[in-house]
Design a protein around this ligand. Sequence first.
Ligand code: FPP
Length: 259
Amino acid sequence: MALFKTKNSLNSEMTNLKIPNHIAIIMDGNGRWAKKRFMPRAAGHKAGMNTVKRVTKTASDLGVKVLTLYAFSTENWTRPNDEVSFLMQLPIDFFNEFVPDLVKNNIRVKVMGDINRLPAGTQKAVERAIRQTSDNTGMVLNFALNYGGQLEIIEATKILAQRVADGLLSPDEINADMFANVLNTSDLGDLAAPDLMIRTSGELRLSNFMPYQAAYSELYFTDVLWPDYTAEDLNQAISAYTLRDRRFGGLTQNSESES
Ligand code: FPP
């Protein structure tokens, strides 16, 4: 009997699952995980980083096309300086340790958010990881770093307003496609909107995460704290997603045939 699940055996067990193209995760609960163990909050973030590795591999093996992770919000700067410094070091450690695995698994790194405000070392690590994985054609691992959804919408609006002010665009011409092209997710094209949005740790809100793109996302909340989150937890979320009836404001096939 095989001791480890191979990519194929994992896939075959999942044959009845509908795999979301784009999964976005609000990785919450690192601090509470550490507190429960009488450890500093940084230990929770470090454990959370290891969960990122685990979940990235699982999502890629399942055939997810985009995995977006909320790593640092525009509001997280208000945390104590030492915690912010630790969070800024995490991408450096993560990419130092994990880029070879990302390359091996054909995973491409992308970042959304204002990375120009990150410390130089963090920016460099992020840019290097993007470069080192740029030829990969598999899952996109999209980190939201210094990201805020309201700011994203405001910045997009400013770009379009400038085009109107320059006489290049009439307000009537602004439509959803044009707006999508000036959001942080523009390069994801048809995959910009998460199909499934997961939040860990029992909090029931989106906290300024992809408010535009999540308009029709299926939401899934779990009490599991992010450092404890496993492949099995991701499978459970995808099982719940598989049972959802996505109507996008229309009618299901069943209700159409009933009417
Ligand atoms: C929320 O938990 C988590 C964060 C603000 C940081 C998330 C970052 C990671 C999981 C690691 C990121 C890894 C990479 C590779 C960038 P919290 O601190 O708010 O937890 P609490 O609500 O229990 O206090």
